[in-house]
Design a protein around this ligand. Structure first.
Ligand SMILES: CC(=O)N[C@H]1[C@@H](OP(=O)(O)O)O[C@H](CO)[C@@H](O)[C@@H]1O
Ligand SMILES: [Mg+2]
Length: 517
């Protein structure tokens, strides 16, 4: 009976959100994206999808409406899984099919078939919960309404509007809610400011120098991150002064993207320079790695582990990482591994370690701590608190615990990343110039080429080798063979209808490509 009612509800509701003519939507790396005005039916269907995902998992699911850094007239929608990560890839083909169903009958048919295949409790036997968030784009409000209609078309599902948020805030909320923890925006802000303050209080006295810049200028890309920083600022005045002008030379500057899931820093080297010195995701990753390694070395300095490191610390990069960063990380003795482009791949890999640090060069990334490692760390910190409170070891444990609270465990988050960078620079007593000098980036260039069908190009080896069309890799090899100091790879974009071409200088010396990678 419930199923009958469910079918007619869905049929009726879906008929009010017809698919526009002549468009095709695809759930890419960043969910569905397009011109905001043609996305209503897609967002409605994403609402249906999110509700089904919640029924299937028995947990809260997230749905966020944003097109990140893209033009203000664009918009997009993506779904967060119960752990706060990206929706499981296995469901992407269903997402595509649903978004492109020509009419409500086809849509119902697809849902019924999928529900059966996936064994989803359907028809009101189970409740579902979808948390909604959006950025500040004008089209966001109407799209949010469409998402609510999609969710409400599934019996037992409720939509909870969490308001205007950064993408990582919504992912954080989904994760926290499913862990039974406080999950409001003020809880998020309170956790960030508390753990940041804790790290600042643990900055070694001898490293506190008067000469260190206390000024930070943040460019919020006219996105949602700027508003949220204002809120954070109220909780910790010293962190983020604003204002940006010619007096910016030499000042530490940070830049967020539109939905605040990407972070880079930059420096204006001199008043006459047209270029900036970009401190990208690779360098943020390197800063985090240096700091975390330092804390681990202190914490485990006396441990007898038969030469086996007691903690598995892993670094995850993509083929876009600057070769100089990889070489630097390897010189620190760290394990560096590569995945295809897209945070869902990096995140998954990083989660295999006790501590996994991942970053794309463009600033998406975070630090993941395994549950197992964290519970051990808490025990260790408690032991140290009673045996040697205030010792260097105890402080190292407290710092690591604070990092795990500060840095978003669900997805890369520019706000939490920014606070961690700031705390580490203070800890190290490093200026932005000193940080930038950790290594020197190798020159590189990125191009995009419009093609009829980007999917004709298939790659392997973390996207560095073309396997199809046949013969293409040989042509690339022959061309790059003429430049022994260069390397080149191409891959189809996961977000645009283009092929990306990357050219990068090799490290001087005898490194083979795979050593550099
Ligand atoms: C070279 C590059 O920067 N690629 C970006 C871009 O993916 P493409 O598949 O290259 O279009 O958008 C992704 C989603 O935002 C991001 O994760 C990724 O790093
Ligand atoms: Mg973004």
């Amino acid at each position: 009976m419930g199923e009958e009612k469910q079918r007619s509800l869905l049929l009726d509701s879906a008929s009010r959100f017809p698919l526009p003519h002549g468009v095709r939507f695809s759930y890419g790396t960043a969910g569905f994206r397009s011109e905001g005005s043609i996305l209503v039916s897609t967002v409605y269907r994403a609402g249906v999808l999110a509700a089904l995902r919640s029924l299937k998992t028995g947990s809260a699911i997230g749905l966020t409406i944003t097109a990140s850094h893209n033009p203000v007239s664009d918009n997009g929608v993506k779904i967060a899984d119960p752990d706060g990560g990206m929706m499981v890839q296995r469901w992407e083909p269903f997402a595509d099919a649903l978004a492109n169903a020509p009419d409500s009958e086809h849509l119902l048919q697809l849902v019924v078939q999928f529900v059966e295949e996936e064994n989803i409790p359907f028809g009101g036997v189970q409740s579902a919960e979808v948390l909604l968030g959006r950025d500040t784009r004008p089209s966001g409000e109407a799209l949010l309404e469409a998402a609510k209609h999609g969710i409400n078309a599934i019996i037992g599902a409720v939509a909870i509007d969490m308001g205007v948020l950064t993408t990582p805030q919504l992912h954080w909320m989904v994760r926290s809610r499913n862990k039974g923890m406080e999950a409001s925006e003020s809880d998020y802000l309170a956790q960030l400011s508390k753990s940041f303050r804790c790290l600042m209080n643990l900055v070694p006295r001898e490293r506190i120098t008067d000469s260190l810049d206390t000024e930070l200028v943040v460019d919020g890309a006219n996105g949602v991150g700027g508003d949220k920083l204002e809120q954070l600022k109220k909780m910790k005045e010293k962190v983020v002064p604003s204002g940006f002008g010619p007096e910016g030379v030499g000042i530490r500057c940070a830049s967020l993207d539109g939905d605040a899931d990407r972070l880079v820093y930059f420096l204006i080297p001199s008043a006459s320079s047209i270029n900036i010195d970009l401190i990208d995701g690779d360098k943020i990753l390197s800063l985090f790695a240096v700091f975390i390694k330092e804390q681990l070395d202190v914490l485990y300095k006396d441990s007898d582990s038969n030469n086996k490191p007691p903690v598995r610390l892993g670094i995850v990069q993509t083929a876009y990482a600057n070769g100089a960063s990889t070489a630097y990380l390897k010189r620190l003795g760290l394990e560096v591994v590569f995945t295809p482009t897209g945070v869902k791949y990096l995140h998954k890999k990083a989660a295999e370690y006790d501590i996994g640090i991942y970053f794309e060069a463009n600033g998406h990334g975070t630090v993941l701590f395994s549950e197992n490692f964290l519970s051990g760390l808490e025990c260790r910190s408690n032991e140290l608190a009673s045996a040697s409170s205030g010792s260097e070891q105890h402080k190292a444990a407290l710092r690591l615990l604070a990092v795990s609270q500060l840095i978003n465990q669900a997805v890369g988050d520019a706000l939490s990343g920014l606070l961690l960078v700031e705390a580490i620079l203070q800890h190290m007593g490093w200026s932005i110039r000193r940080w930038n000098e950790l290594y020197q980036d190798l020159p590189s260039r990125q191009l995009k080429v419009k093609v009829a069908d980007r999917n004709a190009v298939v790659t392997a080896s973390a996207e560095t080798q073309v396997v199809s069309p046949s013969g293409l890799q040989e042509l690339i090899d022959a061309e790059s063979g003429k430049h022994p100091l260069g390397r080149c790879f191409i891959r189809p974009s996961g977000t645009e209808d283009i092929i990306r071409v990357k050219l990068q200088e090799r490290l001087q010396g005898k490194q083979k490509p795979e050593q550099e990678l």
